[in-house]
Ligand binder design. Structure first.
Ligand code: COA
Length: 204
């Protein structure tokens, strides 16, 4: 649920990632009979610059739901606030590459003192949720991050009522570091809390 921000330019660093098959520790990439994938295999791969329009379009569609992210669609910057996707994003597609199912961004801060941590943003197309894509993207991101000894933390913020996301992050080892009461105010004036969650990549 991070606010829009920038990412330094550069190439995607392939450590921890098999460019053909996806993450080296694959997790549940195939969920036949569960959800809308109809038994197709899900493929997770690093984003390329050419994937940016599809990622931005999906991000915007998720923002239009108005539920899970802080920004409203009309608050996105000229580059949708996601930065250079080829440097920080993994994407999920079916093997026939037909349409984008989801994406996870591991954004780095432009500050030297924060180079040991990344901020996570994860989103799956509304019609594809519950099929294992979110879990597969997070597993791939964890494999990617664990292959980088310079990284210690993955951090994120999530609305405290976002049960699906909190369930997923908790199942993968993220712990709650704090709660911010009334962190945001909805258009109808209702306040919402968020949780700060983190995963220590060097633990266990
Ligand atoms: C959160 C999100 C990424 C999960 O993606 P998904 O593809 O639906 O998740 P998966 O099918 O891989 O499910 C993985 C786990 O998530 C949890 N989960 C999924 N849906 C859930 C729900 N409705 N309630 C509780 N937990 C749920 C479960 O722990 C599930 O584990 P399981 O595989 O053992 O069942 C997706 O719901 C989404 O994009 N939501 C909108 C954007 C968003 O909220 N992003 C996070 C902002 S911080």
């Amino acid at each position: 649920m991070a606010e829009p921000g920038g990412t330094a330019p550069g190439a995607f660093d392939p450590r921890g990632f098999d460019p053909v098959g996806g993450p080296r520790r694959p997790g549940h990439l195939k969920r036949p009979g569960r959800g809308p994938l109809n038994g197709q295999t899900l493929r997770v791969r690093p984003a390329q610059a050419g994937d940016a329009p599809a990622i931005f379009a999906l991000y915007r569609a998720v923002l239009e739901e108005g539920q899970s992210f802080l920004a409203a669609p009309d608050e996105l910057g000229p580059q949708s606030g996601l930065g250079a996707v080829e440097r920080c994003a993994l994407i999920a597609k079916t093997t026939d590459e037909d349409g984008l199912i989801g994406a996870i961004l591991l954004r780095e801060a432009p500050l030297r003192r924060l180079q040991h941590s990344r901020t996570v943003e994860l989103f799956v197309a509304a019609g594809a949720r519950g099929s294992g894509a979110g879990g597969a993207l997070l597993d791939a991101a964890l494999a990617w991050a664990r292959a980088r000894p310079e990284l210690r933390w993955l951090r994120l913020s999530v609305y405290a009522d976002n049960d699906a996301a909190i369930g997923l992050y908790s199942a993968r080892g993220f712990v709650v570091e704090g709660r911010r009461p009334g962190f945001s105010v909805e258009p109808d004036g209702q306040e919402r809390d968020d949780l700060l969650m983190a995963l220590d990549l060097r633990a266990g």
